[in-house]
Design a protein around this ligand. Structure first.
Ligand code: MN
Length: 302
């Protein structure tokens, strides 16, 4: 579903109108926090290499997510409100505040914990995104990076902060292993036209407020898939709005995603599950008082 159309009839045909698929996010519970899972969803597994998007709706800031493993992906954490502390099996310990970016590359394996900063107060609002790593890097070393300041592009319609990739002449320092973009849009009431790369497929998630796209209203709790081939996106707002635009070249590899693992086969998932359950060296240890998160065996094993 995410690849370009390559079976056009002979003789060419008129361009299709731009795609706009607005799909509801699913409610999920992560460490006791209510999240809206925008991606993956039925019929839409990836947008570029973006393969997972959890919107932490404003919730009391009491995150206590104990050590858990990842493989084959990068976690991208972006907050609008509140503060978290990240600890991982590489020895990283890093607080993250609104406007900053945490990016952890799992490669063959890493473990991390995410906790509210003490003393706990206020609300937590943000996004955790995953990026599928390509074959060339997914078996490689784990890594962690924190970016305290990200580049911004001021456009007539608002301010774009570039989380990943290049946008409107501003380039994020964050690592990406495939052609990718992630942008936060801070939109005052009004209308604006935002440049896009036509060779990327894109999607938009509203964090707060609402945007009009092609005559449809998009609110928090949905993912608006915008397809390939758009070179710009017209957005209308009637209230202050924050939205995230994700894009990238369609990801060509077929993913097998189970729990916190992004793999290609069930055998790979089985091996990662066994390594976590046996608490061997593959995922290392995280320096925290929180307990490790256990998980039941994949359904195909029982
Ligand atoms: Mn995680």
């Amino acid at each position: 579903m995410s690849g370009p159309v390559d079976d056009l009839p002979p003789g060419g045909s008129a361009p299709e109108p731009p795609v706009l698929e607005i799909g509801a996010s699913r409610e999920a519970n992560v460490g006791g926090m209510r999240v809206l899972r925008a991606l993956p969803r039925k019929g839409r597994r990836t947008v570029g290499a973006w393969c997972f998007a959890d919107h932490l709706t404003p919730v009391p800031n009491a995150a206590d997510i104990g050590p858990h493993p990842h493989t084959g992906l990068q976690t991208v954490t972006w907050l609008v409100e509140g503060q978290l502390v990240h600890r991982d099996s590489l020895g990283s310990e890093q607080a993250i505040r609104p406007g900053q970016l945490n990016l952890m590359t799992a490669g063959n394996g890493v473990a991390h914990a995410e906790e509210s900063a003490r003393p706990v107060s206020g609300m937590l609002h943000g996004l955790q995104l995953w990026v599928a790593q390509p074959e060339e890097t997914r078996h490689g070393e784990a890594a962690f990076e924190h970016h305290g300041v990200l580049p911004r592009a001021e456009l007539p319609g608002g301010v774009a902060t570039v989380l990943v990739g290049e946008y409107a002449g501003a380039t994020s320092p964050a690592r990406h292993d495939t052609p990718l973009v992630g942008v936060d849009l801070d939109l005052p009431p009004g209308a604006g036209v935002w440049p896009l790369r036509p060779e990327f497929e894109h999607a938009l998630i509203v964090l707060s407020g609402a945007v009009g796209i092609d005559g449809e209203l998009v609110r928090p709790g949905a993912l608006a898939y915008l397809g390939l081939g758009r070179d710009e996106l017209a957005l209308e707002t009637v209230e202050p709005t924050r939205a995230i635009v994700l894009g990238g070249e369609p990801f060509a590899e077929t993913l097998v995603m189970w729990w916190n693992f992004v793999a290609r086969t069930r055998d790979e998932v089985d091996a990662a599950y066994a390594a976590w359950t046996e608490a061997g060296e593959r995922f290392g240890t995280v320096d925290t008082t929180l307990p490790r998160i256990p998980v039941a065996a994949p359904f195909w094993q029982v």
